[in-house]
Design a protein around this ligand. Structure first.
Ligand code: G3I
Length: 326
């Protein structure tokens, strides 16, 4: 048994991980990543972002992301595709603030259509719009978004309209962080679902990134309650980028900090299990060896379920234990 096989046994669709081609040559890593009992889904960590897929206008490059998609396919794993309209990891030409609205609309249409058609039929879901909200639930303008500043908030329904036409088979998600912990931001995401529908466009799901901190993770019932707010709107929900970082590393293997981290992981997984509309969980890398956390937040880390040396941590045991008893 493993994370994915146990997750599926509870009626969910997948337990997955972010991964990318920079992990391909690590055999110890691949032994775990490609074990379909553990992971039934891959999300490319970086290679489907605009900077990678269209580094120069009209010049598309899919080689890297294709390798991830191919690996998922040959392992019979799902692919969760990430991400289309996002203010970050954009090539310089997109960030150019001299776009007029018509030209930027054409650019967005060309990008989303080309990338989504390339992967059409292969993405279980797409994160169509990523991180559009500020922490207070209004539109994020820091860092500035070229899409917001030139098109206004209508870039969100516009993106979903383009996406629905480009790949009718992919589930279309709005994806963001801190929806788990900041009610005002969750309110903002509810507003986005309504805004997309009011414009006559399709949205199928809301992704909770769930980049969290040990000891500051919401309780299972609390998070389940937040997920249910979205389920009540008739959209799926998913935990899309789970990791739970220690505030000060290193922490000792098996020590009290790891015990707390295990409780926190179990609370998140438990919340998904409690809500029928929650389709699955993706961890944002499964090993501390490749976690994004320490390079972005120096001093923080050890956020994953497996240690740098691939030892499964108490979090792994706790999640497997929880899934077994469900
Ligand atoms: O590919 C270049 C490489 O050529 C270069 O030598 C190296 C030197 O810095 O940089 C490499 O690019 C890095 C890229 O990851 C691939 O490793 C970028 O600097 C680095 O900024 C980038 O970080 C990624 C980050 O998104 C960028 O915003 C992380 O790996 C990735 O985990 C992270 O993922 C995001 C999600 O997409 C959205 N939600 C938040 C999450 C965490 O920040």
């Amino acid at each position: 048994d493993g994370l994915h096989s146990l997750m599926v046994a509870t009626g969910k669709v997948y337990f997955g991980t972010a991964t990318d081609t920079n992990n391909f040559d690590d055999e110890a890593y691949q032994t775990i990543a490609t074990n379909r009992k553990e992971f039934g889904m891959f999300t490319p960590e970086n290679s489907q972002k605009w900077m990678s897929t269209e580094p120069f206008q009209g010049n598309f490059s899919f080689a890297q992301a294709d390798r991830v998609a191919q690996r998922a396919r040959s392992n019979r794993q799902l692919l969760r595709c990430h991400t289309l309209t996002w203010h970050s990891q954009l090539p310089p030409f997109v960030q150019n603030t001299t776009w007029n609205p018509a030209a930027l609309t054409a650019l967005l249409t060309a990008h989303l259509t080309t990338v989504m058609r390339h992967y059409a039929g292969r993405c279980y879901a797409w994160d169509v719009v990523n991180e559009a909200l500020a922490e207070n639930g209004t539109m994020r303008s820091d860092p500035p978004s070229v899409f917001l500043s030139i098109l206004g908030p209508s870039y969100i329904p516009l993106s979903f309209t383009i996406a629905a036409a480009a790949d009718p088979s992919a589930k279309l998600y709005y994806n963001d962080f801190n929806l788990e912990t900041i009610p005002a931001k969750a309110d903002g995401a509810v507003g986005i679902v309504k805004q997309i529908r009011a414009a006559g466009a399709r949205i199928d799901g809301v992704g909770f990134q769930a980049h969290m901190n040990v000891g500051q993770t919401p309780k299972r019932e609390e998070l389940a309650g937040t997920l249910r707010r979205f389920a009540a709107l008739g959209v799926d929900v998913a935990i899309t980028e789970l990791d739970i970082a220690h505030g000060k590393v290193p922490v000792a293997p098996g020590g009290v900090e790891e015990v707390q981290q295990a409780r926190d992981y179990a609370a998140v997984v438990g919340a998904c299990l409690d809500v029928e509309a929650c389709v699955g969980i993706t961890v944002w890398q499964f090993t501390d060896r490749y976690s994004w956390v320490p390079s972005t937040f120096p001093g923080k880390g050890q956020a994953c379920m497996f240690a740098e040396d691939y030892r499964p941590k108490l979090a792994y045991d706790a999640v497997v234990g929880l899934l077994k008893e469900t």
